[in-house]
Design a protein around this ligand. Sequence first.
Ligand SMILES: Cc1cc2nc3c(=O)[nH]c(=O)nc-3n(C[C@H](O)[C@H](O)[C@H](O)COP(=O)(O)OP(=O)(O)OC[C@H]3O[C@@H](n4cnc5c(N)ncnc54)[C@H](O)[C@@H]3O)c2cc1C
Length: 344
Amino acid sequence: MPRFEIAVIGAGMTGLNAAHILHRAGHKVQVFEKSRGLGGRLAARRTDYGIFNHGAQYATARHPDFVQYLENAVDSGAAEHWAAQQWPDPTTTPTIAPEPPETWYRGKPAMNKLVSSLNSGFDIQCKTRIAQIAPTNHNRYQLYSFASEQDHKNRISHGEFDGVIVTIPAPQSAELLMPLSPRFDVINDVKMAPCWAVMLAFQESTALPFDVFSKPDPAISWIGRNPLTKAISPPAPYECWTIHASVDWSQTHLEEKAEDVVNQITAVTKTVFAQAGARLPMPVSSQAHRWRYARTTSPLGQSHFASADGRVIAAGDWCMGARIEAAFQSGEAAAHAMIDALQG
Ligand SMILES: Cc1cc2nc3c(=O)[nH]c(=O)nc-3n(C[C@H](O)[C@H](O)[C@H](O)COP(=O)(O)OP(=O)(O)OC[C@H]3O[C@@H](n4cnc5c(N)ncnc54)[C@H](O)[C@@H]3O)c2cc1C
């Protein structure tokens, strides 16, 4: 079987699963990732007070292959089953749900560990934002980044590839792929909603018997306790909580300053905690992160989308859904489609 050179853009669950499958099939894979770390929206922020999962909070699995993948992660110590104590409805008397209805899996110590088993045997170039994909005369594709955010005149080449899989959020995929072919315009139909994530660390215990508040207020979709991890800053331990603003709130406040978002969301969190009979301690640290493209609200409806020659493929959670499992499956489908296109 010929060995092809394939570039994968994006090192989230979709990109790393695609890269892993292509590498195992014997191809030479090069991953490009714009951030410093891997995992994409399976994001973890390490602070002096502990680790925050500020993107995806847990994974669920419906397909047996993904169940197996997550169970393998549990066996290897990269994930754990999370029997979170939930408070589903703050307007009713708090009740402790004995178990979430589906098995929840959480990366251990943080969500980005869910991709750790995929990352071996191929090159990953971080801190590289691919800005252009250009066809060459030899039926291949050349990748470029810009010299800097400001300097779009000088391009840096990152080599030629037989095939390219683009696994970045839909609006960014459309921007990257439209200059190649207008057929990628279909990606513009995909809708993704933003999310402001606020991270609060407390030295004082919240004394809450709950780990999770799901949709406790119109402004907030999620309040979740992060696992206790080793803090750098003594005296430990600290309680670390992640709060996700709702889609509506995030959309309305999208361009606000992070500190204003922290203040407003902390105030709402205080009222939610009060309804649960707890006092919000004074945070020792508070930060916010804006996810411009957090969750798919209107997916593509197919597992991936390819160029006419099949050698440039767009993939991502947004193809079929809004969950980690959708990303895993899209990466798998894109890898197999690429193998078919190159060998065809
Ligand atoms: C706040 C939030 C909460 C969520 N909660 C859950 C949850 O509880 N359960 C669940 O199942 N799912 C949840 N999700 C969704 C889940 O995180 C995603 O479905 C999944 O992680 C998407 O993986 P992906 O690889 O398709 O995309 P991403 O993880 O977005 O990966 C794309 C990667 O491409 C990189 N990139 C972008 N542009 C470029 C470029 N030009 N060049 C190079 N690299 C580039 C990015 O840095 C990123 O690493 C949540 C998401 C968010 C943001």
